[in-house]
Write a protein that binds this ligand. Structure first.
Ligand SMILES: *[C@@H]1O[C@H](CO)[C@@H](O)[C@H](O)[C@H]1NC(C)=O
Length: 312
């Protein structure tokens, strides 16, 4: 507690999920099942890519990184949500809130950047097949990843520090199920102009630039497909790009859904539903999209299972 007329808030209440008590158990079970599916599905992808040497290609190494990032992304919000559903007072400490905010941004950005790198990887593979191994060498991939980590951690750190300098007075009810940056800004009793400016500028860049880069890669891929003589080649391209395109559509579809849909009077409910979509549903579906649509992944699964059987 500080002196004067200003009390320091040590705890926030996360009241974003107003589930009627008769459905409490149902939703708890549903969220738990979804979270466990996310963990299991993404872990399996990481394990398969590690075990199967046929998958030691940039595309699958990036996919494995995406799975890692998905796994962490949903672990930032889900365990706390599940714990809060069980307790009488759904609270989170001030430090816990800032930590959640930081990691939410790190892994959220990571996801968006990885989708760009994966699009670039497909672009190089299809448009410059002969130079693929030199352009996407191990060193280049590692440097790309290092760059992504530096970008995401510094962006998240900037926003977290900007939030940390705000003061919070008497309001401590967050109308969300995790410490969302915009929900926190609404509670603050300091001037949030700089924070909002940074969110608009950097947030815009971090969503728009990756999106444009992905679109550009696919436009190039599309034009190079037109030059292909055979249906078989086209089919091959579609089978390697199909899963990536589905994940991109899912990811950006949700984001644009949030910002472009006209919000009515129940905008909080819509915001929370959309947040559920990208924190829970997208990370859960990514591994399925990749493993069900991708021939290499299916073969790897069979190979890993068979060799394990033989070695046993
Ligand atoms: C992420 O990608 C890098 C570089 O391609 C790779 O060395 C690393 O093993 C990947 N990490 C995971 C968790 O798959």
């Amino acid at each position: 507690m500080t002196g004067n007329n200003q009390t320091m808030i040590l705890e926030f209440l996360l009241l974003g999920l107003p589930i009627p008590s008769e459905y409490h158990l149902l939703f708890y079970a549903l969220f738990l099942a979804m979270y466990l599916t996310t963990i299991l599905g993404n872990l399996l992808i990481i394990v398969f890519v590690r075990l199967d040497s046929h998958l030691h290609m940039p595309m699958y190494l990036f996919l494995s990184n995406l799975s890692f990032s998905d796994l962490c992304f949903s672990s930032v919000t889900m365990p706390k949500l599940l714990q809060n559903m069980q307790s009488q007072v759904p609270s989170i400490s001030y430090a816990g809130c800032l930590t959640q905010l930081y990691f939410f941004m790190v892994f959220g950005d990571m996801e968006s950047f990885l989708l760009v790198v994966m699009a670039y990887d497909r672009y190089v593979a299809i448009c410059f097949p002969l130079h693929y191994t030199t352009i996407m060498s191990t060193k280049v991939c590692a440097s790309l990843l290092l760059l992504l980590w530096m970008l995401t951690t510094s962006h998240a750190l900037l926003h977290t520090l900007l939030i940390a300098r705000l003061s919070f007075c008497e309001k401590n009810v967050i109308l969300h199920f995790f410490c969302d940056i915009s929900a926190l800004l609404k509670l603050s009793c300091s001037d949030t102009y700089v924070n909002e400016l940074m969110i608009y500028i950097l947030g815009g860049l971090i969503i728009i630039i990756p999106f444009l880069l992905i679109v550009m890669s696919y436009v190039r891929i599309f034009f190079s497909i037109l030059k292909f003589p055979s249906i078989q080649d086209i089919y091959k391209v579609l089978s390697t790009c199909g899963s990536h395109l589905s994940v991109v559509t899912l990811f950006y579809g949700t984001i644009f859904g949030i910002y472009l849909c006209p919000s009515g009077n129940n905008s909080t409910v819509k915001e929370i539903a959309m947040a559920m979509m990208y924190t829970v549903v997208t990370p859960m579906l990514n591994p399925f999209i990749y493993s069900l649509r991708n021939r290499d992944m299916k073969r790897a699964l069979i190979r890993v299972i068979c060799t394990k059987k033989i070695s046993l």
